[in-house]
Write a protein that binds this ligand. Structure first.
Ligand code: 2OP
Length: 225
């Protein structure tokens, strides 16, 4: 994609892209000293795995339910105790995430293009998070996969954004830090910016993103904002 063809609108993944999920590890470490990283990694892996399995089984639970189910799996697999208050504290951490430092300014720079979230999260998870962090002031709206009844990377999810914006997919810039989400969005037809925060190779199961960058500020710079 040439640097001159800038998208007419932007759509953002939430967890790991706009919001830093690493703060969850600190809370897990406080509850289970020495196990915070292992808990968080297994929890996030299972959380996403359950979204894919639920979609394939056509028996999906919403992201709040899946997040709780994955948490219970992680503590059982690691044979660690978890009382009700600690469990609720970890689940509440998803409502208490911080935006990455460069995100508010980068979103401001991308204006006046429409800027929407498209996330696996439920509205009940995303709306208070965007309000509390102030990101709601930099966004034009929130789309949850709940409106499609299936999880990413189903094209029915990405279609939600194209329909809501009334734009051809290629005119929409999709931004995600999750490689599998970036590949799914590219397969749908978006112009895709992969924020490769972890320096990983791109997944090979589908078309590669158009642009690979390190931060959201890099995305704004790429479109001359
Ligand atoms: C999101 O949809 C995949 O967690 C990622 O926000």
């Amino acid at each position: 994609m040439s640097a001159l063809t800038t998208p007419d609108a932007f759509v953002f993944d939430a967890y790991g892209t706009l919001f830093d999920v690493n703060s969850i590890a600190a809370r897990a470490e406080a509850i289970a000293p020495g196990h915070g990283a292992a808990i968080t990694q297994l929890w996030r892996t299972k959380q996403l795995e359950y979204t894919w399995l639920g979609s394939l089984m056509e028996r999906r639970h919403d992201f709040a339910e899946v997040t709780a189910e994955a948490l219970d799996y992680a503590f059982a697999a690691l044979v660690l105790p978890l009382d009700a208050a600690e469990r609720q504290s970890l689940l509440d951490a998803w409502l208490d995430l911080a935006p990455y430092p460069d995100v508010p300014d980068a979103l401001t720079r991308l204006a006046p293009r429409p800027r929407w979230i498209l996330s696996n999260g439920t509205r009940a998870m995303l709306e208070p998070l965007c309000a509390r962090t102030g990101l709601a002031a930099h966004l034009d709206g929130i789309l949850s996969v709940d409106d499609a009844g299936v999880y990413k990377p189903s094209p029915r999810v990405y279609r939600l954004a194209a329909d809501r914006l009334g734009l051809a997919p290629a005119r929409i810039g999709f931004v995600s830090s999750n490689g599998w989400d970036a590949v799914g969005a590219k397969a749908f037809g978006f112009t895709v910016y992969w924020i490769n925060r972890a320096g990983l190779p791109i997944d090979r199961h589908g078309p590669a993103p158009d642009v690979q960058v390190g931060t959201l500020a890099d995305v704004a710079a790429r479109v001359g904002a």
